[in-house]
Design a protein around this ligand. Sequence first.
Ligand SMILES: Cc1cc2nc3c(=O)[nH]c(=O)nc-3n(C[C@H](O)[C@H](O)[C@H](O)COP(=O)(O)OP(=O)(O)OC[C@H]3O[C@@H](n4cnc5c(N)ncnc54)[C@H](O)[C@@H]3O)c2cc1C
Length: 393
Amino acid sequence: MDFDTDILIAGGGPAGLSAACVLGSAGHRVTLVDPAPPASGEEAADADLRTTALLQPARDLLEAAGAWDGIAAHGTELWTMRIVDAAAEPPVTRDFEARDMGDAPFGWNVPNPALREALLSRAEALETVDLRFGTAVTGLLQRTSGARVTLSNGTRLRARLVVACDGRQSALRRLAGIGARRVDYGQTALVFAVAHDAPHGNVSIEVHRTGGPFTLVPLEDRDGRPCSAVVWMDDARAQKDRMTLEDAAFAAEVNDRSAGVLGPLTPITDRAAWPITSQLADRLHGRRLVLAAEAAHGMPPIGAQGLNTSLRDIATLRDLCARGDIGSDAMTAAYARARRGDVTLRMTGIDILNRTSIAAMLPARALRARGVAALHDIAPVRRGLMRLGLGVS
Ligand SMILES: Cc1cc2nc3c(=O)[nH]c(=O)nc-3n(C[C@H](O)[C@H](O)[C@H](O)COP(=O)(O)OP(=O)(O)OC[C@H]3O[C@@H](n4cnc5c(N)ncnc54)[C@H](O)[C@@H]3O)c2cc1C
C-alpha cells in the first residue's frame, strides 16, 4: 500500500500536539486532525482555565522534541509540595522538598492555553507535520497492510499507524470497537485562579479541611501580584451550587476553605467545573491503531498524573517507531504491553489517593478527631506518587 502519511494522529489537544512534536521531530511524516480550531488563548470565552504541572520526564521528552523553551517561558517551578491538615488544632503541615530528591524542581506549572500555543507553534514549524484543524476522523478501516481513515470533509488517507489522542469520548476507540470502564467518584473539581499578597515561594499547597482537597499551585505573577491556580475538589452537588454563587459570596467561601494559608485570596478568573472520573480502555491497541492519552486512560486531577502519563505513552511510541516497522501487529502489541502496567499502576495509585481523600470528607468534628492520622494516611501515598512522577522508582 502507498501511504499518504506514516502516522495519523486523531486529536489536537495537549497530548495529540505533543505526539505531533515528538514524532515529527523524530523525522516521521505525521498528519494531525482535529475538528476544533487550532488554539484559543487565555482571553477566549471558551478558554481552558486549567493549568498543567509537567514533571521532569515530561520536560525531558518535550525538550528533545524542541518544544520545551516555549512552554518553560510560561512555567512556574514547583520546589515544595505542602500538605496542610487545617482541621487539626493547631493545623499540621508536611512538606516534601524536591531538593531531597535531586537538584531540579518537581515540575513546572503551565496554564493550558500557553501549553497548547507553545506545542502548536513547534508543530507548525516542523516540515514533517501536516496539521488539519476543523476536520474530524469519521471512519476507520483497519487492514494488515495499513489503515484507511475517512475525514469529515470526505478526504481519505492511508496511514501506517493511527494514534488515537481524541480524548475521553474517543471516536477512534468506538470505531475500533474497543470498550472502556469508567468510575464516577461523584465529585467535581472547580478550577480558577487567585491573586494573593503573600508570595507563593514556588510551593504547591494542598489544604485538607472539610470536603475534598483544595490545592493552590503557583503561577506567574499577574499585574505585579503573586497568583496561584486552584483545583478544589468536593461533592458534585456542593460544587454545582458554588458555580452559581455571586462573586463576593464565592470569594468568601474560597477564603474560608483555604484556611488562610496564603493570606486573603482574590479570584481573578471565571470558574470551570470538571467532573471527577477515571476511565481505562479495555485494550490499548488494535490493528494499525494505538490508543494514547485520555482516549486510553483518564484519572482524577491529583498527583499531576494525567497528561504526564499521556506523555509516557508518547515516549514509548517514539521509541517503538524508531525501531521501524511502524504500525505492524508486533509494534502495536509491544506498545500495549509496555504501557498497560505503568498506566494501571498510576491509576491505582491515584484511585487510592482519591478514595483516601473522600474518606477524609467527614464533618469537621470527625476529621479533627482523626487529626494527624488523616494526614499520615495521605503522606506515604503522596510520596510514592511523587517518586513515580519523577521516575525515581
Ligand atoms: C482540573 C484538572 C487539572 C489537571 N491538572 C493536571 C496536571 O497538573 N498535570 C497533568 O499531567 N494533568 C493534569 N490534568 C489532566 C490533563 O488536563 C488532561 O490529561 C489533558 O488535558 C487531556 O488532553 P488530551 O489531549 O488527552 O485530551 P483532550 O484535551 O480532550 O483533546 C482531545 C482532542 O480530540 C479532538 N477530537 C474529538 N473527536 C475527534 C475526532 N473524531 N477526530 C479527531 N479529533 C477529535 C478534540 O477536539 C480535542 O481537541 C488535569 C485535569 C483536570 C480536569
